[in-house]
Ligand binder design. Structure first.
Ligand SMILES: Nc1ncnc2c1ncn2[C@@H]1O[C@H](COP(=O)(O)OP(=O)(O)OP(=O)(O)O)[C@@H](O)[C@H]1O
Ligand SMILES: [Mg+2]
Length: 449
């Protein structure tokens, strides 16, 4: 399969021949130009995915060519071949926006990793451009975007639990998608034709909460002017989503335990027993098990709620999903705001991937919303991305903690960067198998700098 089209601009016959053979072997189609002017014409006509040009070519030199091309197409990566010790050209080329420079005589191993990486980058930015011009369908709003292995595991658990009404506990930091996951569970199986009833347990004082959950009979307390169904009743055979479960009082914990154990309840002020048929999904951003150990949360209730547990991973542990999340949210935001911001330069993606995302996916969505509002045209400029500065004394512990995982991550990343992300070479240097290296890259979310 052809991987892409590369335009080679070079007047040196030997270099050109070497490049053609080498790139063909890597499954690239190669187009040749022996001078700069012809090179520019072919760029416009053939729209290559990558350009490799010598700094010194007849008629139009490489640097001028670079400037002209960059004016027309910000995305296409351009690799310059420079003389061995031509420091000034290297600096100038990178300032203008060359993807990389490589010295003559060519080191083919190095060239291979630069070309492979450049093409991946190019397709990434291209993809962000094309697909994000589509709008998001209303039906697509409740989809879980992500390819990270933890997300895939979550999808598997959703598949397992959605065919019955077992209780599910979802743990995760704020903004990691706990409510979204619970909606997807609800929509994917036996509950989908019944109501989804979310209740935020930390938003109401206890007495109100109780009548919200269980309902009441007319006259059962001052202000109970007519009968009212509670959330358990309203959920029918659907899902009741209890958010912030760790915040409920001991008293309410007992009442909840009873509903789950007996699978029935009464409205406040009523003798009539009502069967409880809904599935209960609970969410918490605290570690519920710890609260059990500290005696703050009933152990028996914990086990009843925790038949299945899903842990929503923080965004900083799945940074590889950021490009797809950006596409997803831009479609949604463009639709809602009637805007058409559909070009995202790769450097913007890089900025987003280098950020810590303490507020997780919700924070990403908010930053993008703000950026789209600020964007003047179709391009999401880096100036539109207003990230919160993380204060020094506010920095999360992991950032300053030289834990083994952090050191390992740093070390592997340094090695990878050093060999231009040639994983075979990196694995050799690190003295591990290539599979181990892939696993580490995934687990530690290592990305190129
Ligand atoms: N994997 C994902 N794919 C697409 N959108 C997501 C994903 N995860 C979260 N979101 C979106 O991010 C926003 C926040 O998610 P959600 O409200 O589910 O998080 P939460 O964990 O309940 O947060 P909180 O603890 O603050 O209530 C929502 O708009 C949700 O649709
Ligand atoms: Mg929530």
């Amino acid at each position: 399969m052809e991987k892409g089209k590369i335009l080679v601009i070079n007047s040196d016959k030997l270099v050109t021949e070497t490049l053609v053979i080498f790139l063909n072997e890597l499954n690239f189609k190669v187009i040749l130009a022996f001078d700069g002017r012809k090179g520019f014409q072919l760029f416009e006509k053939e729209k290559p995915n990558l350009i490799i040009t010598d700094v010194k070519v007849p008629k139009l030199d490489g640097m001028t060519l670079l400037k002209m091309i960059k004016k027309i197409d910000q995305n296409v990566p351009i690799i310059l071949i420079t003389a061995f010790d031509d420091m000034n050209s290297i600096i100038e080329a990178m300032q203008i926006g060359a993807y990389d420079c490589i010295e003559n005589p060519l080191d083919l191993g190095k060239l291979k990793s630069i070309v492979t990486h450049a093409i991946e980058t190019y397709y990434l930015s291209k993809r962000l451009e094309i697909t994000s011009s589509e709008l998001l369908n209303k039906d697509d709003e409740n989809i879980i975007v992500g390819k990270n292995f933890k997300i895939k595991e979550i999808l598997k658990v959703i598949g397992k639990v959605s065919s019955t009404r077992v209780n599910v506990l979802i743990e995760g930091e704020s903004g990691t998608g706990k409510e979204l996951i619970s909606r997807v569970i609800h929509n994917s199986g036996v509950t989908k034709d019944f109501p989804f009833i979310p209740v935020n347990l930390s938003a109401l004082p206890e007495t109100l909460l109780e009548s919200e959950l269980f309902g009441f009979e007319k006259g059962s307390f001052t202000g109970a002017l007519k009968n009212k169904k509670g959330k358990f009743e309203l959920a029918e055979q659907g899902t009741i989503f209890l958010d912030e479960i760790s915040d409920i009082s001991q008293n309410l914990q007992v009442k909840l335990l009873r509903v789950i154990q007996e699978r029935e309840f009464e409205r406040i002020g009523s003798e009539t027993t009502i069967p409880m048929k809904a599935r209960i999904i609970t969410a918490t951003n605290k570690n519920l098990e710890e609260l059990v150990q500290q005696g703050k949360f009933r152990e028996d209730l914990f086990y009843r709620l925790n038949v299945f547990k899903i842990s929503a991973p923080p965004l900083r542990e799945r940074k590889e999903d950021i490009p797809n999340l950006v596409i997803h949210f831009l479609k949604k935001i463009n639709r809602d705001l009637h805007k058409n911001v559909n070009k995202i330069p790769y450097e913007v993606i890089e900025i987003l991937q280098n950020y810590e995302w303490v507020g997780n996916v919700r924070e990403l969505e908010n930053i993008l919303l703000q950026a789209v509002v600020l964007a003047k045209g179709e391009v999401l400029e880096k100036e539109n991305i207003l990230l919160r500065k993380i204060k020094k004394n506010n920095t999360r512990k992991e950032l300053i903690d030289p834990s083994l995982a952090m050191m390992e991550k740093e070390h592997i990343k340094n090695i990878l960067d050093k060999v231009n992300w040639n994983k075979k070479e990196a694995a050799k240097l690190l003295k591990v198998s290539r599979q181990t290296l892939y696993n580490k890259i995934k687990a530690l979310s290592i990305i190129p700098s």
